[in-house]
Design a protein around this ligand. Sequence first.
Ligand code: IPE
Ligand code: IPE
Ligand code: MG
Length: 252
Amino acid sequence: MSTRAKHDEPATDVPRHIAVIMDGNGRWARKRLMPRVAGHRKGVEALRGVIRACAERGVSHLTVFAFSSENWRRPQEEVTLLMELFLRALENEVARLHENRIRFRVIGDLSGFSERIQTLIRDAETLTRDNTRLTLTVAANYGGRWDIVQAVKKLMLSGVAPGAVNETTLAEQLSLADMPEPDLFIRTGGEQRISNFLLWQLAYTELYFTDTLWPDFDAAALDAAIASYRKRERRFGRTSEQVRAAQSAEGA
Ligand code: IPE
Ligand code: IPE
Ligand code: MG
């Protein structure tokens, strides 16, 4: 078994995997004296643009937080409208994703959703499973703590001996097990917190926070985030001198 951790790989100029907390829809709407759901609708449009921009820039994985396990605490009316929006997006957007060779996946506790939504998710995942241009993963009824707990449960059900539990075997049971860990995390809307998104997987991700509200986040805003990422030095615990020596050896 390799001792090399999944995140411990040379960074490329373009992040392979971008994880996004799409926040600020409600405030975007309120600023315009519109109902919060108008912000969520605009948020779906913004996501469409960011998916396209990621595909054009050669990003291979985009993971977006659409609905957290805590978002059920919102007013019933907003939850209902968000579910309708999710349903409509599944009905209307999947064909276009497939045409663009995008693989679609959902992570989270799907049992919280209606049968109709669960069926559409399964069908969309099956339809797009062989697409390789970009993998779009939507986190819905997702929580980072839930993810770790469900991974532990799966491990225990497999009958694994305690001595065989390590970071690799646990990570293999997590929701994004088959993907590189996120290189870049973006949160729009001005808050600087993780809000129970990918807890394990963000261990070595570069974090980027912007005040831009999600409905306003466009390709130029994405480029600004990627430009910030490219200026970072990813050391993974090493010294700067070690990192630079390894880079010049690679370039030689
Ligand atoms: C993010 O926008 C979308 C969801 C959480 C579904 P918000 O709805 O949290 O927008 P703000 O933070 O209230 O502006
Ligand atoms: C996080 O946003 C979840 C999503 C964007 C889906 P929230 O707006 O729900 O996060 P908090 O409550 O401000 O931390
Ligand atoms: Mg919010």
